[in-house]
Design a protein around this ligand. Structure first.
Ligand code: NAD
Length: 283
């Protein structure tokens, strides 16, 4: 299995980053989204991102033009029918992803691999909705995709060794460092990162220290580049809550219960940077 043509489903935050990384590494990319506006925004974002690389002398204008020329866009999933590897990065919703997987299974070549960038949905469940469960895998990229080195490769119960090996190879070809993870709620990074953030919110709710003091303590004491509460503001408090709920529901273990303050802040609409207010305020 050598992948040359990459299909990307969803042109949002993650989809456009994935398309950018693959096009830059020399792959042909077809990026699809139901919304033409999302595709237009994605191409603009990618172009701006390449411009920043040109400024830093990490890319030439010719390389930018060639990379952009390798990206096609489409509002119809059928445009992905010749892809060798399809990476689904559509909205995080089980029914939507099951529908997309069934459509992709119908239209993609029999030997094509279908991956999902899902943060929380079972790869085993997505694989079972297709007639090629051995060729389904999780490729969990991190935001922003062009800058973050890690990709967690999630093996569903049915994922074959050949599929894993091919996806590991292509991940390295786009400059990522893959880590193999078994299908399980939160995989590895969110399983540890989100409870750590949750604990910071418990500490804040209990009045142990102020938000600024908690973040300062973790930056200086644990050498974290950003404090847990500022990080939560970046991720979005609603997203943090959703991940905690996935861990709690998946493991049925009270150690994953959400901090009450997190639940209340989400109820208030204080979702972090995107609403201008979370644990800190943003202009
Ligand atoms: P987003 O909301 O920015 O983008 C989702 C895109 O999917 C939208 O442009 C939407 O129009 C499109 N879409 C919806 N239905 C579609 C369909 N039927 N066909 C094609 N496109 C469709 O979301 P995002 O943050 O990019 O997240 C995408 C996936 O990546 C989710 O599964 C999420 O859990 C995962 N993820 C997100 C992050 C993150 O930090 N944002 C990190 C890792 C993984």
């Amino acid at each position: 299995m050598a992948f040359r043509k990459i299909g990307v489903v969803g042109a949002g935050t993650m989809g456009n980053g994935i398309a950018q990384a693959f096009a830059q590494a020399g792959f042909e990319v077809v990026m699809s989204d139901v919304a033409q506006a999302a595709l237009d925004r994605a191409v603009n974002t990618i172009s701006g991102s390449y411009d920043r690389l040109i400024k830093k002398e990490k890319m030439t204008a010719e390389q930018k033009a060639a990379a952009l020329a390798r990206i096609q866009t489409a509002t119809d999933l059928a445009a992905l029918k010749d892809s060798d590897l399809i990476i689904e990065a559509a909205t995080e919703n089980l029914d939507l992803k099951l529908k997309i997987f069934r459509q992709l299974d119908e239209l993609a070549r029999a030997d094509a691999v279908i991956a999902s960038n899902t943060s929380s949905i079972s790869i085993t469940k997505l694989a079972a909705s297709t007639k090629r469960p051995d060729k389904v895998i999780g490729m969990h990229f991190f935001n922003p995709v062009p800058l973050m080195a890690l990709v967690e490769l999630i093996r569903g119960l049915q994922t074959s060794d050949a599929t894993y090996a091919a996806v590991e190879e292509v991940s390295k070809a786009v400059g990522k460092s893959p880590v193999q993870v078994r299908n399980s709620p939160g995989f590895v990074v969110n399983r540890m990162l989100c409870p750590m953030i949750n604990e910071a919110i418990f500490a804040l709710g209990e009045g142990l220290a102020t938000a600024a003091q908690i973040d300062e303590a973790m930056k200086l004491g644990a050498n974290h580049p950003i404090g847990p509460l500022a990080l939560c503001d970046m991720i979005g408090l609603d997203v943090q809550l959703a991940v905690m709920n996935v861990l709690f529901d998946g493991f049925k273990d009270p150690k994953y219960r959400s901090a009450p303050l997190l639940v209340e802040m989400v109820e208030a609409g204080y979702l972090g940077r995107k609403t201008g207010r979370g644990f800190f305020t943003y202009a």
